[in-house]
Structures are given as structure tokens and as C-alpha cells.
Design a protein around this ligand. Structure first.
Ligand SMILES: Nc1ncnc2c1ncn2[C@@H]1O[C@H](COP(=O)(O)OP(=O)(O)OP(=O)(O)O)[C@@H](O)[C@H]1O
Ligand SMILES: [Mg+2]
Length: 263
């Protein structure tokens, strides 16, 4: 009789905390109403040979999605210094660009995606919509894969770049940056846009997109908290609500300087 498979919890995220496990070379995650759509996306990425995403392997006997486990490191606070270097940042930008190229000709119809993004940022491309720090797998300090496509859906390259710079630069008051990135937000914003190869029209819209992205994302967290999601509730009530207000004000005060940093 085969030995029972050992399940190891994979912590790091918020939305599915405690529900994501590793079993051998696979990861098991809960299904969602949008899983059919997400799975079609993962299958597209496999078809075009994109290595920077997990493979969909099926659904297990407990009704969870089965994905390939990607070797490497993901980061959580306190962030290791190697993950906060400019070289790591460049590699995240290049990975995001590679994802956008791989997904460019995926034009699904009739699928139910997760949270819609603001219509001003919808071009038709299926963006990842959550390239935050714990959704990137690194190997030897280089970003090699995006994971957690739960929020993917119709959006745009600009929307993903906005999310990524907001969290990776990061874009927030210096006093709220507690690692080696403090004092370097403007430099890293510029650097990310350059490493990504952002188009001129998108460059002109990036600061507004990041401010809008912050509002959208925090509304999502707040809604989760108010609906009783334990981990979103914990985040929101232990400082994130106040940080959101400070960051909104910071965006208003620094928008022109941020725009100049991109010229
Ligand atoms: N395919 C994978 N390969 C390797 N590690 C993975 C994989 N999927 C998830 N993980 C690990 O599990 C952690 C949590 O997974 P995941 O991002 O799916 O959780 P989540 O709660 O949905 O996250 P979020 O709050 O970002 O939505 C990740 O940070 C990563 O360390
Ligand atoms: Mg995650």
C-alpha cells in the first residue's frame, strides 16, 4: 500500500493562508469560481512554452487544483537583502514582460474571471493582476516565475506594471519602508520601467495607474476584511487601513516628482 502523502503548508500569501499545501512536487490550492478561466490561462502558457508559471496538473480527490511545485525561493517579511537589490528588481520587470509577451495572443471568450480591474486599464490582455512580492519565485536572486494567478483577468501590461512598481519600488512614504529600499523609491520606479521596456504612452500614465491601483487593491483588502476573511481582517485592522491613508496622501503630494522620475 502506498504511504500517505505528506502535506506541508506553504505560507506567505493572505487570500488562501493555511489552505495552500505542497505534496511532493505539487502544490494543492482551493478552487474558485474563476478557476476554469485561470486554468485556461495556465494551459495557454504551457502551450506557448512559457516557463515562468506553474503547470496545471489536474484536480485532486479533495477538489483542489494541482499545480507543479516550482523550485526556488519566495520572499516574506523580513525581506532578505538579496531580494531587495536593483538586480532582483530588474529581473522581476523582465519576468513580467516575458509573461505579457507569452499571454499576448491569448484572447479567451466566455470565461468568468476574478475581480474586474478599472475599465481605463483594460486593453484585452489577460494580466496577472497580483505580481506582489510573495507571488514571485526566485532562483539565485533572479525572478524566474510568477505564481498565484487567482486574480488574473482582462487588464493590461500597464496595470501589472503599476501593481509591481507600487509594491517592488515600493511607492509609499519613506517612513513606511522598513528595508534597504528606503530612500530609493523614485530610482527604483524608473529602473523598473526601463527594465520592463515600458512604452512612452504607458510611461506617461504609470503614476496615475499606480495611484489607482493602490485604491483598487486596498478596496479589495478592505472588502475582504469587512466580509469576515480572517487574514484580510487581521491585515486591515493591524495598520494597513492607516497605511492606506498615508499612501494615498503621499501619491497626491508626490505625483509630479514621480512623473519627473520617469522622464
Ligand atoms: N506553484 C508553486 N510553486 C512553488 N511555491 C508555491 C507555488 N504556489 C504557491 N507557492 C508558495 O506558497 C505561498 C502561498 O501561495 P499562494 O500565493 O498561492 O497563496 P495565496 O494565499 O493565494 O496568496 P495571495 O495572498 O498572494 O493571494 C507562496 O508565497 C509560495 O511560497
Ligand atoms: Mg500569493
Amino acid at each position: 500500500m502506498p504511504l500517505p502523502e505528506v502535506e506541508t503548508h506553504l505560507l506567505g500569501g493572505t487570500a488562501n493562508r493555511g489552505l495552500v499545501v505542497r505534496v511532493g512536487d505539487t502544490v494543492r490550492r482551493p478552487l474558485r469560481p474563476s478557476s476554469l478561466a485561470t486554468h485556461a490561462l495556465l494551459e495557454h502558457l504551457e502551450r506557448v512554452g512559457f516557463e515562468g508559471a506553474p503547470r496545471l496538473l489536474g484536480i485532486d480527490s479533495q477538489g483542489r487544483e494541482v499545480l507543479s511545485y516550482l523550485r526556488g525561493e519566495t520572499v516574506t517579511t523580513p525581506y532578505p537583502d538579496w531580494s531587495m537589490t536593483d538586480e532582483a528588481l530588474d529581473s522581476v520587470a523582465r519576468l513580467l514582460r516575458a509573461y505579457h509577451e507569452a499571454v499576448a495572443d491569448f484572447r479567451p471568450v466566455g470565461l468568468e474571471w476574478a475581480e474586474p480591474v478599472p475599465s481605463a486599464y483594460v486593453t484585452g490582455l489577460i494580466s496577472h493582476n497580483d505580481p506582489n512580492l510573495d507571488n514571485v519565485v526566485f532562483r539565485n536572486g533572479v525572478a524566474v516565475a510568477l505564481i498565484d494567478f487567482d486574480l488574473a483577468g482582462p487588464g493590461s501590461p500597464l496595470w501589472d506594471v503599476a501593481t509591481a512598481v507600487r509594491l517592488w519600488a515600493p511607492l509609499r512614504p519613506d517612513a513606511d519602508i522598513h528595508d534597504v529600499r528606503r530612500g530609493r523609491s523614485f530610482t527604483r520606479l524608473r529602473r523598473f520601467a526601463d527594465a520592463y521596456g515600458l512604452t512612452d504612452p504607458d510611461r506617461l500614465r504609470l503614476v496615475d495607474a499606480a495611484a489607482d491601483n493602490h485604491i483598487w487593491c486596498m478596496a479589495y483588502v478592505r472588502h475582504g476584511a469587512e466580509s469576515g476573511h480572517p487574514w484580510f481582517h487581521q491585515r486591515w485592522t493591524t495598520g494597513e487601513s492607516e497605511l492606506t491613508n498615508r499612501t494615498n496622501t503621499w501619491f497626491e503630494q508626490h505625483a509630479d516628482d514621480l512623473r519627473r522620475a520617469l522622464l
